[in-house]
Design a protein around this ligand. Structure first.
Ligand SMILES: [Zn+2]
Length: 306
């Protein structure tokens, strides 16, 4: 069955359909309800590392990033089952989070908005929150869940999704969640212990010791972050981008899903594209939608069961 998103304060489905996505502006906790209360799955479109530049003809590593995002948007809009939401997992902007990058990004995603699609973004190391909010006004929360951070909770019938902000400084590779966000996360998870939780942020984890003078490419406070996640058995997976790699690994009991980049790859063997996620009562599946339909990993599924 198709799913439709509705506001937590529970406008009716009919109301939602006439109000359009603009009505969701400023809301950071959203409940995704299903058109049929008993729908068995919730689908989500996951798009990471779009790296949208200020001009539509900019090419990097042999890829036109604007063309790539446009093709993702067309594919999502052509899906038979409309996803309940489209989640962009950071590095929406090319490198410096320029206002012009987000103006182009906003143009690219407009067909999704026109189709009534609910959009959410996390912030990557190439993003800039004020410039992002300026171009995508509906994304600015009235009351941020964590001060100065762009954070969202999505409650679906099968699981809760926690969209975190690992941006430390624009165009600095290192990520950071910070004490305030981790404290909020622990409380937000504890308040929703009754359902499986999927945690998503842009950055990779940084395993192992932190070496003096060496740049950290992942989350600087990974140890503190993992402590919060491992202490709560409802947390089933951490979903991230940043490395432009499609992969499924583990950190103890926790499944780690690395989303592919929609933009360019750093390793030619890697696929680029986006991911279709299907949530059910027994787990979540991630299916690769490679740009290159002849790539050997196109339609590969990573499953996390519970
Ligand atoms: Zn990236």
């Amino acid at each position: 069955m198709p799913t439709v998103p509705i506001h937590l304060s529970s406008v009716s489905r009919r109301q939602f359909l006439v109000q359009s996505t603009a009505a969701l502006a400023g809301v950071s906790v959203l409940r995704i309800a299903t058109a049929a209360e008993q729908a068995e799955t919730t689908t989500l479109a996951l798009v990471s590392d779009t790296h949208i530049p200020q001009t539509t003809d900019t090419v990097a590593r042999g890829v036109n990033m604007t063309d790539n995002l446009n093709s993702v948007v067309r594919e999502i809009n052509a899906l038979e089952t409309k996803p309940a939401a489209v989640l962009f997992n950071g590095d929406c902007a090319y490198l410096k989070g320029l206002p012009e990058d987000y103006a182009n990004f906003s143009d690219c995603v407009q067909p999704l908005i026109d189709a009534g699609q609910q959009l959410h973004m996390t912030m990557g190391n190439h993003d800039n929150i004020p410039n992002f909010y300026h171009a995508l006004k509906a994304q600015r929360p009235e009351k941020p869940l964590v001060t100065s951070k762009h954070v969202t909770v999505l409650e679906t019938p099968q699981a809760n999704l926690f969209l975190l902000d690992s941006l430390m400084h624009t165009n600095i590779v290192t990520g950071e969640l910070g004490e305030a966000q981790l404290k909020w996360l622990a409380e937000a998870l504890d308040a929703r212990a009754d359902k499986p939780a999927i945690v998503m942020a842009h950055h990779t984890l940084h395993m192992g010791p932190i070496q003096e003078g060496k740049t950290i490419g992942g989350i600087a406070d990974t140890a503190e972050f993992l402590e919060v996640l491992h202490a709560r058995p409802q947390v089933k997976a951490y979903v991230f981008g940043h490395s432009h790699v499609w992969a499924h690994t583990k950190a103890g009991d926790l499944d780690l899903i690395n989303l592919p980049a929609a933009a360019y790859v750093f390793d030619e063997a890697q696929p680029n594209g986006w991911t279709l996620a299907r949530l059910s009562d027994s787990g979540i599946e991630f299916e690769l939608q490679a740009h290159d339909k002849s790539h050997k990993n196109h339609k590969q599924v990573f499953a996390v069961n519970w």
